[in-house]
Design a protein around this ligand. Sequence first.
Ligand code: ZN
Length: 231
Amino acid sequence: MRPWRGATAALLVALAGWAAAAPPCAVDDRVTAVDPDTHPERIVLDTAWRLPAGYAPSDLVPVSRAGFASELLLRAIVIDDLAALRSAAESDGVRLAVQSAYRSEAYQDTVHQGWARQLGAERAAEVSARPGHSEHQLGTAVDLRSADGPPAWELDDWATTPEGAWVAERAERFGFVISYPRDGRAVTCYDYEPWHLRWVGREAAAAAAASGLAYRAWLYLHHPPLEATAP
Ligand SMILES: [Zn+2]
């Protein structure tokens, strides 16, 4: 078991705060009423809340536009901040690469089934979103890795590498949140993923960071999810 660094009273209070701010992680298929095209940063996507069936963003562009050697796709609205993050990292001698970016609902189904075959359905639900529930379907979430490293989930803790530590320290300045922080599963619904960044814009990222809350908990407080009415 990984040692629990900084297990102080302050951290315990913070964890209690997280728990209070978001409801438990129920399994459901409630469709968000928030328009993902205009407010992707306001959408709760967890084990209960999902995107409208088949949603796909209309402004996907390759991450090569942010200077990465990859043709994986993200929404155009993410590119400027992602480019700024990449170039600031490079100035500090930190070389990042994109491992995964936009994933369609159909592709997420394949990904999730792959994990379920490998780990069993129960464990797969803790490491991978069901189709419709993934932040990757928004086109604003990106999985990073070290440019010379393996996929970050193959490491014990990518945040202990120079690249992962750089990202953990600075992602928020560029408008990204780490959706699934360490020891947060009761609140975030998923295992720790230091490599998974969700673009929410600099304003929301700064507000969430200042609150000390995991982003799911911050969203439940500030943009509580509303269910779409059936057509
Ligand atoms: Zn991810």
